[in-house]
Design a protein around this ligand. Structure first.
Ligand code: THG
Length: 372
């Protein structure tokens, strides 16, 4: 059976779309209503470049939601249980966002880009409408828009060399999630030390969508000496590293505590953020599930899962596996999973209902790779 997803005007093209096509993209997903590359046809080479070299990714689908105006920071504080005290220009922060039930609805990187403007670099849910609705309901003086800003990620151990060759040695001094406005050959950018991998790297936020191909070429040329090649947020590496993908790893009941985000939560702050009462109740009742890893028996997985796979224990449903893959570095079949606390703390006896049949499995903590 062969089928493909059709292209059309309702889903947007990234400023790097033509460059990705020229570089040989074979598979897209959609992310924030934009096509986003997921493969260039050789997953083993893409994984190897990320682990050992350097890789460039069109992640323009990580759209920005701009909160702009005198109440921008107050609105940001309403949107997250994270305490935003001390936030300043140049310092990004990873923030859980919750609804009134305490459900995790997004997990963006927040950047205060100027005195009265905050950007949320969102995962794949419609936070622009949510943020505007909250602002309107609270009578806040803030404008919520999607700015012309499109991240191009450069990831892997050699990313630091590529980006310092392009931008200058100052990028070596950026702290994790640190960022700064910059320009290269007349192209306005934000340069951030971030990216959805644990291999280190940068994100160049293109601030003029008409210059995507030009920026792509600059990075490809500077990276040639280091063997750069195209890639995409890497399925296997993100599972090894335990990075959260909202929507894939979560469901309509997932709260930040069960997702392991407790360290980003401050329920005692004065701010009356959305979900505060529900989250306090969740803490009082104790969490019922835990985001963890599972290691599965059987032949090496040759395909990833296209939907969440049920996990059973003693014949009972205990949760689901969300991103399963064979890890070449660990030589294990691994998956992220959201399962009952009892199942997560058991020694084994899990059964994952994979597409090719049930596999015995055991739980483990995240990340799978403890050395990073
Ligand atoms: N970069 C940018 N925008 C993004 C992502 C990104 N938007 C979508 C998505 N990724 C948002 N989700 C995440 C999830 C995890 C991380 C960043 C964004 C991440 N987490 C580290 C971890 O969990 O170990 C660090 C968290 C911390 O310690 O603060 O990096 O990647 N622009």
């Amino acid at each position: 059976m062969t089928y493909s997803i059709a292209l059309g005007p309702r889903i947007r093209k990234s400023p790097f779309f033509n460059s990705s096509v020229k570089a040989g993209v074979t598979h897209f997903t959609t992310y924030n209503h934009m096509y986003m590359p997921v493969s260039y046809g050789d997953l083993a080479a893409e994984y190897d470049r990320l682990i050992n070299g350097v890789s460039m990714w069109d992640v323009a689908g990580e759209r920005q939601v701009s909160l702009k105006g005198p109440d921008a920071m107050d609105l940001a504080r309403m949107l997250t249980p994270r305490n935003l005290d001390g936030t300043k220009y140049g310092m990004g922060r990873y923030i859980p966002m919750t609804n009134s039930k305490g459900t995790l609805i997004n997990d963006p990187v927040l950047q205060q880009v100027s005195d009265e403007e905050v950007w949320l670099s969102i995962a794949d849910t419609d936070m622009k409408y949510w943020a505007e609705a909250i602002a309107v309901s609270k009578g806040m003086n803030v404008d919520v828009t999607e700015p012309d800003a499109s991240p191009l990620a450069i990831q892997g151990p050699k990313a630091v060399d590529v980006v310092s060759d392009i931008m200058g040695d100052w990028v070596r001094d950026l702290k994790y999630f640190g960022f700064k406005h910059a320009e290269i050959q007349g192209i306005p950018l934000i340069v951030a030390r971030s990216g959805w991998s644990k291999q280190g790297g940068y994100e160049l936020y293109l601030l003029d969508g008409s210059k995507g191909d030009q920026l792509w070429d600059i990075v490809a040329e500077a990276g040639a000496a280091y063997g750069i090649g195209p890639g995409a947020p890497n399925y296997i590496e993100r599972v090894e590293s335990g990075l959260i993908s909202v929507g894939a790893d979560t469901d309509d009941d997932s709260n930040p505590f069960e997702m392991g985000m407790g360290k980003f939560m401050d329920l005692d702050q004065d701010v009356d953020f959305i979900g505060k009462a529900a989250l306090k109740q969740i803490v009082e009742d104790g969490i019922k599930r835990r985001f963890c890893g599972v290691i599965m028996d059987g032949e090496n997985l040759t395909a990833t899962n296209s939907h969440q796979w049920e996990i059973h224990q003693d014949g009972q449903y205990v949760g689901f596996a969300s991103a399963a893959a064979y890890s070449p570095r660990l030589d294990w079949n691994i998956s992220t999973a959201l399962i009952t606390v009892e199942a997560a703390e058991s020694d084994g006896g899990l059964v994952v209902m994979c597409d090719d049949g049930p596999r015995n499995a055991r739980p483990t903590s995240l990340p799978f790779r403890k050395d990073q």
